[in-house]
Design a protein around this ligand. Structure first.
Ligand SMILES: [Zn+2]
Ligand SMILES: [Zn+2]
Length: 271
């Protein structure tokens, strides 16, 4: 006989299905079921956020499995490139937020604004590593950085420019030339600014003198010197710029690595 049963644990004991109903651990009998549910919801970030906040067990399952699946579903090529470099720094939850959340902006040391814009979810975003190259300084062009187009925030009160807010992520930031340079130049972390995605401390790339202003401004449709961006300890990037109001006749037909990530079933609306 391979298995022994104590007097209280007979072979006829009822399965855990029924006993778990009133247990605090109740809920998921099989995580594959939950994966199927989220597949049917097209990996809606709001549904997953709510699910992960139900209890500790679901939070743990999301952290271990579901956030990664959400990211891979929405940006498969970008994720396979990021995964190649090893562990996802800052976690999958932060990366999922980066995919769908414009972090807003407020005045910083090198970029002054008359008021601040709160962050907001976006329905679709285009990330491009071709765009990312425009934000890497000359000695760091071997790094891989994905960057979005700027999210346009219209200014009020007759200001000449609108504000553009953009975000991105490095592949394998720990081994990147950008990080190496930030450390070798002994750039201080920027006081009062945190990464909107993982909460880590950030470097100002203006303070580090590592912004290739001409190429970055051209990519964003901004004017020279009217931009700033930060990179966090985990390799997330977020930034702001003044956008020139043009008729945009000269928009380039850029390649896109993974976009746009449109929700198709109406689940992508903002909460
Ligand atoms: Zn925005
Ligand atoms: Zn971060």
């Amino acid at each position: 006989m391979l298995m022994k049963y104590t007097s209280s644990e007979s072979p006829s004991r009822k399965p855990r299905l029924t006993e778990s109903i009133d247990s605090p651990e109740s809920g998921i009998l099989d995580e594959r079921v939950l994966v199927l549910v989220f597949e049917s919801l097209k990996w809606d970030i709001h549904a997953l956020s709510k699910t992960a906040s139900v209890n500790r067990r679901l939070f743990g399952l999301a952290k271990r499995l579901l956030w990664r699946k959400l990211c891979v579903h929405h940006a498969p090529r970008m994720m396979s490139t990021l995964i190649e470099a090893g562990r996802i720094m800052g976690g999958w939850h932060a990366l999922a937020k980066l995919l769908f959340f414009c972090g807003g902006c407020e005045s910083t040391r090198h970029f002054k604004l008359s008021h601040h814009w709160p962050g907001h979810f976006v329905k679709s975003t285009r990330f491009s590593k071709t765009s990312g190259r425009s934000f890497l300084s000359g000695r760091c062009t071997g790094d891989v950085l994905y960057v979005t187009d700027p999210c346009e925030h219209v200014t009020k009160g007759g200001e000449q420019y609108d504000v553009g807010i953009y975000r991105g992520v490095f592949r394998g930031f720990m081994k990147s030339r950008t990080r190496e340079m930030l450390i070798s130049r002994q750039v201080d972390f920027e006081a009062g600014v945190r990464c909107p995605y993982c909460g880590a401390r950030v470097w100002s790339m203006t303070a580090a003198r590592m912004i290739p202003r001409r190429s970055a401004a051209r990519r964003l449709g901004s004017s020279d010197n009217a931009l700033e961006y930060f990179v966090c300890l985990n390799g997330h990037m977020h930034g702001t710029c003044w956008l020139v109001r043009l008729s945009s006749d000269d928009e380039e037909g850029e390649d896109s690595e993974n976009g746009p990530y449109d929700y198709e079933n109406g689940n992508g609306r903002m909460l």
